[in-house]
Design a protein around this ligand. Sequence first.
Ligand SMILES: [Zn+2]
Length: 339
Amino acid sequence: MSGKIDHYGMWTWGGRVFNWKKYLDHMRLSGMDTVVLWHYHAPANAPQIKEYANHLGIRVIWGFNWSWNSPVCLNSDEDAAKWRDIVLNMLKNEYESLQPEGICFQVGGTEFDFECRLGCPICRKTYGGDGVGSLYMKFAGTIIDAVKKQYPELKLYANIHLGGVHQSFEALKFLDTSINIMWEDLPGPKKHLEVPFAYDWEAEDTAVTSQTLNMVRRMCELRGADEDVAFIVKGFPNHWGGCDPMLLEDFDLKVLANVYQEKWDAAEHYCEKRLPDALQVFRIIADSPAREKTVLLLVEHGLWEYQRYYPAMLILEAIKNPFRDPDEVIYAAKSYKNT
Ligand SMILES: [Zn+2]
C-alpha cells in the first residue's frame, strides 16, 4: 500500500495576490486545502480573507518576518530577545484576534549565505561553510519558546531556505516536533539544486540523482514519525512582491497574463520533461514515515487568479497521486487545461 501527501495548496507573498477571491476559488476548484499568505503585516482585510477561505475548506497560515532579511547576529542573545519581543507584539496586535490556524515564520540567515551584522567569528564560520543550522536553533529557539509559552495551541511552521543552511540542516533534528518545517530553496553541490524544484525548471535541467532523492528522504525522516513535513515547489512564473499592497481588484489580469505567457510556455515544456523526476520526489515524500505531509506550489503575480495554468495543474496532479505513470498524470492535468 502506498502513502499519500495529505495537504496541498499555495504559498504566496500576499502582496502579489491581485484578486484573492478568485485565487481561493481556483484553489478550491483544484482540491487544495492550504494557503500560506506571507506579509510584513497582517492585511487589513485578513478576517474577510480567512472567513472566505475557511468557507471553501481552505486553512490559512499567516506568514510574517521573524528577522528574515534583517541585520542580525544569530549568536546574539540581545538580537534574539529583540526579535522575540517584536514577534510577541505582532502576534498580540495583528494575529491573535484572527485565531490563526497557523503561523509561518522566517528567520534571518537561512536564505542566503549569512553575514552577521557584528561580523562575529562564530557567525562568520557559517558563511559559505557549514551553514547556520545550529545558530538557527539557538536564535529561533528563544523566540519559539516565548511564543509557545504564550500560545501553547498555536501551530507553527518554520520556513527554511537551504541557501544559508546547507548540510547543517541536520541540526534541525532537535527542533520541537510540534513545529512543521517547510523546506524551500534547496541548493545542491552544483550551485543549482540538489532537491528539485526551487527556482525554475529549466535551470535544473539535469536528471534527478540518487543523492537528491536521499536528501529528500533524510529531510522527511529528520525528526521521525512524529514530524509534520512540508515542501514548497517553485519554478512557476512569479515575482517577488512582499512589500506591495494586496487587493488590487481592478488590476488587468489579462494584460499581466500576456506578459508572462512566454514563461508559462517554457514552464509547460520543462514540467512535462521533468515530470518523471518530480514523481520520484513526491513518491518519497508520500511514502515517508512523517505524520503529515504537505506540498505547496508558489504561483503568484496575478497568475493563479487569472486561470489554472496547465503546468501548475500538472504538478498538482503529480502531488495528488504520484504513484501513476507520467502519461496518466499528463492526461489528468490536460482535462483542466488553462481553465
Ligand atoms: Zn554573529
